[in-house]
Design a protein around this ligand. Structure first.
Ligand SMILES: [Zn+2]
Ligand SMILES: [Zn+2]
Length: 172
């Protein structure tokens, strides 16, 4: 498992304390959606990933989701190079699953769009399983793996990734 710490991706500090979670029922999977660089998964293109994560943090903290979040909304972010970016991290309430749904499941984001790079590659899927295992080991996450669309009106995490979730979220 390759973890990229917050200092390594030059995360901004959270603007307030996190709400602590002792455990969750599991993890919900998200995607970025929209247009993502078609060849993002090329081995040479990992250079793009930290900037994408910083952009999401900037959007969340800047009020792009309607209110200013204290930090990026996700607990962890996976890129198609099987690298895991630390978001809010384990034992911290995410802001991604929808009102009332954040204490039930950690939120893990896949850098995956619905155009351009829109089919998860093996490294992305393995990275998601790495994140799930990490949150089980370090954050008391339970066995459930669900999609954002479970319990909330959204297309997230997109059909290809949602199929993988429904098929058991297994390593490829
Ligand atoms: Zn989502
Ligand atoms: Zn990457």
């Amino acid at each position: 498992m390759h973890l990229i710490t917050r200092s390594e991706w030059h995360a901004k500090e959270p603007t307030a304390s996190y709400v602590r979670l002792s455990s969750t029922r599991g993890v919900k999977i998200h995607y970025t959606g929209g247009k993502v660089l078609a060849d993002l998964a090329d081995p040479d293109n990992h250079d793009h990933c930290p900037g994408l994560v910083r952009g999401i943090q900037r959007m969340h903290m800047g009020g792009g989701r309607g209110e200013r979040y204290i930090d990026i909304g996700y607990n962890m972010v996976c890129c198609p190079h099987r690298k895991l970016f630390m978001g809010r991290g384990p034992h911290h309430l995410p802001a991604a699953n929808g009102a009332g749904l954040n204490s039930g499941h950690y939120a893990v984001l896949a850098l995956l769009g619905d155009s351009g790079f829109d089919e998860p590659n093996d490294d992305l899927l393995n990275g998601l399983v790495d994140a799930i295992e990490y949150l089980r080991e370090h954050g008391g996450a339970g066995d459930e793996v669900k999609g954002h669309r479970d319990g909330y009106q959204t297309s997230c995490p997109g059909d290809p990734l949602y199929r993988w979730v429904r098929d058991g979220a297994r390593r490829p």
